[in-house]
Design a protein. Structure first.
Length: 317
């Protein structure tokens, strides 16, 4: 036993003496890799453009939010007065409530309809590619142009149909009804947004191995169980992408309001983006609406973080 211990200690001493004095240097796996200069020539100019046209204007706008600037002329530093006034402004509060409610309706409606269409288009049906092209056409059209077409539909043909069917709430244009003016905006947004969302879901469905469905059919799994237990979990990352993009686009809703309602009737359909644009550039509230823009940016960032965290945790389950 003593001989074994002595041999082990002698071996350890020889190993220590063989090692160089001091701590061994850690060689990073990236230190040996040579980076092509072409990467810097491509990324550095792009980063400078992003800073110049995105981050620097945002910083300037945030700075103006602490002043009484009207967008021109002289201005004074007033601190947080613009931010304090926002929380007592009923018009701003209504714009936030309208934007959030409409964004939720558009996001849920777009993703449910797109998921249904993608599953149907991914099945064994005739003229599959033709149907895919038909459903994608709305995404290629300009929102303002289509918005004015839908405005005509909601102003003339639909009220005429409501009068013929003796439906009182449909006999008058919904665009002039303070309680129903939100519906055309949501309808138009879903109609156009579902095309791109369907395309992403179709891409996700293509990644699922057909052998999984064959094995499930052998086990006697019905259509609903196959979708809920196989399809939906496997396209989880695509659901996350679509939900984040849909909510982000819906919260920034602007063109639909310009084309359909112009914020009316009685400012009931003003979104935050529309309010910032109209009052910030046209009504002398530049610094005030810059403060509104900063708050809106924080709200968007928080919602995106919560959404990514929630769907990311769902994917891991």
């Amino acid at each position: 036993m003593q001989h074994t211990t002595q041999a082990a200690s002698a071996q350890a001493t020889s190993v220590q003496s063989a090692q160089p004095h001091g701590k061994p240097k850690k060689v990073s796996q990236f230190s040996k890799r040579k980076v092509d200069k072409a990467y810097y020539w491509m990324t550095v100019p792009a980063a400078l453009l992003v800073v110049a046209f995105l981050y620097w204007p945002f910083i300037q706008g945030a700075a103006y939010s602490f002043t009484n600037s009207q967008g021109y002329g002289e201005y004074k530093w007033i601190g947080f007065k613009n931010y304090g006034a926002m929380f007592s402004d009923s018009r701003v509060i209504n714009a936030y409530l309208f934007t959030i409610v409409v964004a939720i309706l558009i996001t849920v409606g777009t993703n449910l309809l797109a998921l249904l269409l993608s599953v149907l288009l991914n099945g064994k049906i005739a003229f599959k590619n033709g149907f895919r092209a038909i459903f994608f056409i709305p995404f290629t059209l300009a929102m303002l142009v289509i918005g004015y077409v839908f405005k005509y539909l909601f102003m003339v043909p639909i009220p005429t149909l409501g009068q013929a069917l003796h439906i009182s709430w449909l006999s008058i244009s919904m665009l002039t009804n303070p309680q129903l003016a939100w519906f055309p905006i949501v309808f138009l947004s879903i109609w156009q947004g579902v095309a791109y969302t369907t395309l992403i879901y179709l891409a996700g469905l293509q990644t699922i191995d057909a052998e999984l469905y064959e094995a499930a059919s052998i086990d006697g799994v019905n259509t609903w169980q196959r979708f809920w237990k196989i399809t939906f979990p496997l396209i989880g990352p695509f659901v996350t992408i679509n939900m984040v993009l849909s909510l982000k686009n819906s919260l920034g809703i602007f063109d639909q309001i310009v084309a359909l309602t112009g914020g009316g009737p009685d400012s009931k359909t003003e979104s935050v983006s529309y309010l910032i644009f109209t009052n910030g550039l046209g009504n002398g509230e530049y610094s005030y609406q810059m403060a509104n823009a900063v708050i809106f940016f924080i709200v968007l960032a928080v919602l995106a973080f919560v959404q990514l965290h929630f769907f990311g945790s769902e994917e891991k389950v």
